[in-house]
Design a protein around this ligand. Structure first.
Ligand code: MN
Ligand code: MN
Ligand code: MN
Length: 255
C-alpha cells in the first residue's frame, strides 16, 4: 500500500479479501492517511469503511471502480468523492450488478463444460454469493489445485479470448463518467497502461476520456514501474488531468 494517500483499493464488497473495516485498519497500520475504497461496480462497502476510517482517524474518500467498454476493450474508471445515492450512479450499478450475475453464471457453465465442475458454487461461496467475479473463480480454482495459481487461471481459462471468458457489454465510457459526475464525484481513468493497448490506442483512449468529461488520470498504480509512472505523469500534464495515485490493493501478500 502506498503512503500516505491511496485512492484505489478493494474490499470483500467486490474482489478484495479484507473486509472494509479490516482494510482501513491495515491502511492505518501501513501509514496511510487518506484512503478511498473503490470496489468494482458497487458502493456496498462504503458505509462500513467510512465508519472504520473515522474511528481510526483516516481521511476517507468514497469511491467506486466502474468497468466500461471502449472499442471492445474493457477499461476501468474510478470515481472519487462520490455520493453513493446519486440517481444515475444507482441505476448504473443496478444494471452492472445484473450483468455481473449473468456473467458469473455463464463463466460457471463454461467451466463445467471444460471439466472444472462446481466452480460456480465455489466462487459463489468465496464471494459470500454476492456476484462472484473472475477473481473469485481464479481463487477457487487455485485453492482446489485445479490451476497453478490465480494468474494461471486467467492465462488459461478466464482471460480475454480464453475458453471460459465471457464477453460482457459494459456501458460506454461517457455513461460511467456521467454517473460519477451526477453523484458529485470526479472520474479517473484507472491504470491506463494495464489494458494491453498499443501506445497509439492508449493515447486515443486518454483523449476520448478527456473529451467525454474525464477529470483525472491514475499515474501511480500498485503494479507498475517507475518508467511507466513517468510516462503517465507526462500524459496527465499534457491533457491537464488531475493526477490520482493508488495501490489497487486486493489482498495482503501470502493470503
Ligand atoms: Mn479487481
Ligand atoms: Mn482496475
Ligand atoms: Mn482496481
Amino acid at each position: 500500500m502506498l503512503t500516505p494517500v491511496d485512492l484505489h483499493t478493494h474490499s470483500t464488497a467486490s474482489d478484495g479479501t479484507l473486509s472494509p473495516a479490516a482494510l482501513m485498519r491495515r491502511a492505518r497500520d501501513q501509514g496511510v492517511e487518506e484512503i478511498a475504497l473503490t470496489d468494482h461496480d458497487t458502493v456496498d462497502g462504503l458505509e462500513e469503511a467510512a465508519r472504520a476510517a473515522r474511528e481510526l482517524g483516516l481521511r476517507f474518500v468514497p469511491g467506486i471502480e466502474l468497468s466500461v467498454d471502449w472499442r471492445h476493450h474493457t477499461l476501468h474508471i474510478v470515481g472519487l468523492e462520490i455520493d453513493p445515492q446519486g440517481p444515475a450512479l444507482k441505476s448504473l450499478m443496478q444494471r452492472l450488478a445484473e450483468m455481473r450475475t449473468r456473467r458469473a453464471r455463464s463463466i460457471g457453465a463454461r467451466l463445467d463444460k471444460l471439466g472444472y465442475t462446481g466452480a460456480y458454487a465455489g466462487a459463489c461461496r468465496l464471494a459470500d454469493c454476492i456476484r462472484p467475479g473472475r477473481a473469485h473463480f481464479a481463487r477457487y480454482l487455485a485453492k482446489k489445485g485445479r490451476v497453478k495459481n490465480e494468474g494461471d487461471a486467467f492465462k488459461r481459462l478466464l482471460g480475454r479470448g480464453k475458453p471460459a471468458y465471457v464477453a460482457t457489454a459494459w456501458p460506454a465510457m461517457a455513461t460511467a463518467i456521467h454517473a460519477i459526475h451526477d453523484a458529485g464525484g470526479w472520474s479517473v481513468l484507472a491504470h491506463p497502461l494495464r489494458y494491453q493497448l498499443t501506445a497509439t490506442k492508449v493515447r486515443e483512449a486518454v483523449a476520448e476520456f478527456k473529451a467525454a468529461g474525464g477529470a483525472g488520470l491514475e499515474i501511480v498504480n500498485g503494479r507498475q514501474t517507475q518508467g511507466e509512472t513517468d510516462r503517465l505523469e507526462r500524459l496527465a500534464q499534457r491533457h491537464e488531468f488531475r493526477p490520482s495515485r493508488g495501490s489497487d490493493f486486493h489482498s495482503p501478500p501470502h493470503d
